[in-house]
Design a protein around this ligand. Sequence first.
Ligand code: 2BA
Length: 109
Amino acid sequence: MKLILAIIQDKDSNRLSSKFVKENIRATKLSTTGGFLKEGNTTFIIGIEDERVQKALEVIESVCQSREQYMTSPISVDAVVDSHLNVPIPVQVGGATVFVLPVESFHQF
Ligand code: 2BA
Protein backbone atom coordinates (compact mmCIF):
# COMPACT_ATOMS: atom_id res chain seq x y z
CA MET A 1 0.00 0.00 0.00
CA LYS A 2 1.07 3.60 -0.66
CA LEU A 3 0.10 7.02 0.63
CA ILE A 4 -0.20 9.71 -2.02
CA LEU A 5 0.00 13.36 -0.96
CA ALA A 6 -1.12 15.57 -3.83
CA ILE A 7 -0.96 19.36 -3.51
CA ILE A 8 -3.14 20.99 -6.12
CA GLN A 9 -4.79 24.31 -6.88
CA ASP A 10 -8.16 25.04 -5.23
CA LYS A 11 -9.68 25.62 -8.67
CA ASP A 12 -9.19 21.94 -9.57
CA SER A 13 -10.22 20.40 -6.26
CA ASN A 14 -13.95 19.84 -6.87
CA ARG A 15 -13.35 18.22 -10.23
CA LEU A 16 -10.63 16.02 -8.76
CA SER A 17 -12.87 14.95 -5.83
CA SER A 18 -15.62 13.96 -8.28
CA LYS A 19 -13.19 12.03 -10.48
CA PHE A 20 -11.83 10.14 -7.46
CA VAL A 21 -15.36 9.11 -6.46
CA LYS A 22 -16.08 7.99 -10.03
CA GLU A 23 -12.88 5.92 -10.13
CA ASN A 24 -13.47 4.51 -6.62
CA ILE A 25 -10.30 6.15 -5.31
CA ARG A 26 -10.69 7.04 -1.63
CA ALA A 27 -9.31 10.37 -0.56
CA THR A 28 -9.28 12.98 2.18
CA LYS A 29 -9.13 16.65 1.30
CA LEU A 30 -7.26 19.20 3.39
CA SER A 31 -7.27 22.98 3.05
CA THR A 32 -3.62 24.01 2.94
CA THR A 33 -1.52 27.09 2.24
CA GLY A 34 1.48 27.36 -0.05
CA GLY A 35 4.62 28.53 1.72
CA PHE A 36 5.75 30.75 -1.15
CA LEU A 37 2.58 32.46 -2.43
CA LYS A 38 0.88 32.18 0.99
CA GLU A 39 -2.37 31.43 -0.81
CA GLY A 40 -4.81 28.60 -0.28
CA ASN A 41 -4.30 25.31 -2.05
CA THR A 42 -5.71 21.82 -1.53
CA THR A 43 -3.91 18.68 -0.38
CA PHE A 44 -5.41 15.27 -1.00
CA ILE A 45 -4.39 12.28 1.16
CA ILE A 46 -4.97 9.04 -0.71
CA GLY A 47 -4.34 5.58 0.72
CA ILE A 48 -4.21 3.16 -2.19
CA GLU A 49 -3.06 -0.33 -3.19
CA ASP A 50 0.30 -0.44 -5.00
CA GLU A 51 -1.24 -1.62 -8.27
CA ARG A 52 -3.65 1.36 -8.40
CA VAL A 53 -1.08 4.11 -7.75
CA GLN A 54 -0.51 4.64 -11.48
CA LYS A 55 -4.25 5.06 -12.09
CA ALA A 56 -4.49 7.66 -9.30
CA LEU A 57 -1.53 9.58 -10.77
CA GLU A 58 -3.16 9.54 -14.21
CA VAL A 59 -6.41 10.91 -12.76
CA ILE A 60 -4.52 13.70 -10.97
CA GLU A 61 -2.55 14.58 -14.09
CA SER A 62 -5.67 14.61 -16.26
CA VAL A 63 -7.56 17.04 -14.01
CA CYS A 64 -4.94 19.43 -12.61
CA GLN A 65 -3.79 22.31 -14.76
CA SER A 66 -0.68 24.43 -14.52
CA ARG A 67 -1.52 28.16 -14.33
CA GLU A 68 0.28 31.45 -14.13
CA GLN A 69 -0.38 33.47 -10.99
CA TYR A 70 0.87 36.91 -10.08
CA MET A 71 2.57 37.79 -6.85
CA THR A 72 3.21 41.31 -5.64
CA SER A 73 6.57 41.83 -3.99
CA PRO A 74 6.36 43.03 -0.37
CA ILE A 75 6.16 46.82 -0.04
CA SER A 76 9.26 48.37 1.52
CA VAL A 77 10.33 51.98 2.09
CA ASP A 78 12.51 51.72 -1.04
CA ALA A 79 9.56 50.37 -3.00
CA VAL A 80 7.58 53.56 -2.31
CA VAL A 81 10.38 55.53 -3.92
CA ASP A 82 11.01 52.90 -6.58
CA SER A 83 7.39 52.11 -7.47
CA HIS A 84 8.26 49.74 -10.34
CA LEU A 85 9.19 47.16 -7.65
CA ASN A 86 5.44 46.75 -6.99
CA VAL A 87 4.81 45.38 -10.47
CA PRO A 88 3.23 41.90 -10.07
CA ILE A 89 5.65 39.06 -10.83
CA PRO A 90 4.32 36.04 -12.79
CA VAL A 91 4.75 32.68 -11.04
CA GLN A 92 4.00 29.37 -12.77
CA VAL A 93 2.04 27.18 -10.34
CA GLY A 94 2.09 23.52 -11.18
CA GLY A 95 -0.86 21.34 -11.90
CA ALA A 96 0.05 19.09 -8.99
CA THR A 97 2.93 18.40 -6.63
CA VAL A 98 2.72 14.73 -5.70
CA PHE A 99 4.56 12.60 -3.14
CA VAL A 100 4.15 8.80 -3.04
CA LEU A 101 5.11 7.25 0.31
CA PRO A 102 5.25 3.64 1.50
CA VAL A 103 2.68 2.68 4.14
CA GLU A 104 3.93 0.47 6.96
CA SER A 105 0.48 -0.61 8.04
CA PHE A 106 -3.16 0.32 7.47
CA HIS A 107 -6.05 -0.12 9.92
CA GLN A 108 -9.72 0.80 9.92
CA PHE A 109 -11.55 0.23 13.19
P1 2BA B 1 3.70 27.70 -2.99
O1 2BA B 1 4.76 27.40 -2.00
O2 2BA B 1 2.79 28.85 -2.70
O3 2BA B 1 4.44 27.92 -4.39
C1 2BA B 1 3.72 28.36 -5.54
C2 2BA B 1 4.65 28.41 -6.74
O4 2BA B 1 5.65 29.38 -6.51
C3 2BA B 1 5.41 27.10 -7.00
O5 2BA B 1 4.62 26.24 -7.80
C4 2BA B 1 6.66 27.59 -7.71
O6 2BA B 1 6.40 27.83 -9.10
C5 2BA B 1 6.90 28.94 -7.06
N1 2BA B 1 7.88 28.85 -5.97
C6 2BA B 1 7.77 28.19 -4.81
N2 2BA B 1 8.85 28.36 -4.03
C7 2BA B 1 9.66 29.17 -4.73
C8 2BA B 1 10.95 29.75 -4.46
N3 2BA B 1 11.60 29.52 -3.31
N4 2BA B 1 11.50 30.54 -5.43
C9 2BA B 1 10.86 30.79 -6.58
N5 2BA B 1 9.63 30.28 -6.90
C10 2BA B 1 9.06 29.49 -5.99
P2 2BA B 1 4.72 24.67 -7.57
O7 2BA B 1 6.16 24.24 -7.53
O8 2BA B 1 3.87 24.04 -8.60
O9 2BA B 1 4.12 24.38 -6.13
C11 2BA B 1 2.74 24.54 -5.84
C12 2BA B 1 2.50 24.32 -4.36
O10 2BA B 1 2.87 22.95 -4.04
C13 2BA B 1 3.37 25.17 -3.45
O11 2BA B 1 2.75 26.43 -3.22
C14 2BA B 1 3.44 24.34 -2.17
O12 2BA B 1 2.24 24.47 -1.41
C15 2BA B 1 3.48 22.92 -2.74
N6 2BA B 1 4.85 22.40 -2.89
C16 2BA B 1 5.62 22.50 -3.98
N7 2BA B 1 6.79 21.87 -3.80
C17 2BA B 1 6.75 21.36 -2.55
C18 2BA B 1 7.66 20.61 -1.76
N8 2BA B 1 8.88 20.21 -2.23
N9 2BA B 1 7.30 20.26 -0.51
C19 2BA B 1 6.09 20.64 -0.01
N10 2BA B 1 5.18 21.35 -0.72
C20 2BA B 1 5.51 21.72 -1.97
